[in-house]
Design a protein around this ligand. Sequence first.
Ligand code: ZN
Length: 160
Amino acid sequence: MKRIWSPWRMEYIENHEKQEGCIFCNALARPDDAENLIIKRGKLAFIILNLYPYTSGHIMVAPMAHQPSLEFLDPDSRAEMMELVSQSIVVLKKIYKPQAFNVGANIGEAAGAGEPGHVHLHIVPRWAGDTNFMSTLGETRVLPEALEQTYKRIKAGFQR
Ligand SMILES: [Zn+2]
């Protein structure tokens, strides 16, 4: 497992379970969205739950197109990604009532991207002091909510 520092401080966890191919394209190609943690499919972009969340409600927005960086996408894909980020913030605010958010991307492996071939934006709800109770014990992150529960809540939030 690689440990590359990034300003978003969570992507190294994505390297924990390496699967064949791209995690985003693999999830898109499979029919069961719940099993693959896809929250919402748009036309040119989609929302997916992070399998190894930094905090509860940590989601990612990625384009349908397998491209390593934003400048390779068409403007419509970029616009839809930003729209999905914005919708995600609205939904996450209602469900988790976070005090703040980190929104951003690790572009390229040296920046800490877990899937450098497919650009994605992280949306991480934050609370004052969350780095304390979310402290890392070896490889295990202590999270207050099961992933399945997070998926159900956010999915429902988008359907409302
Ligand atoms: Zn991909």
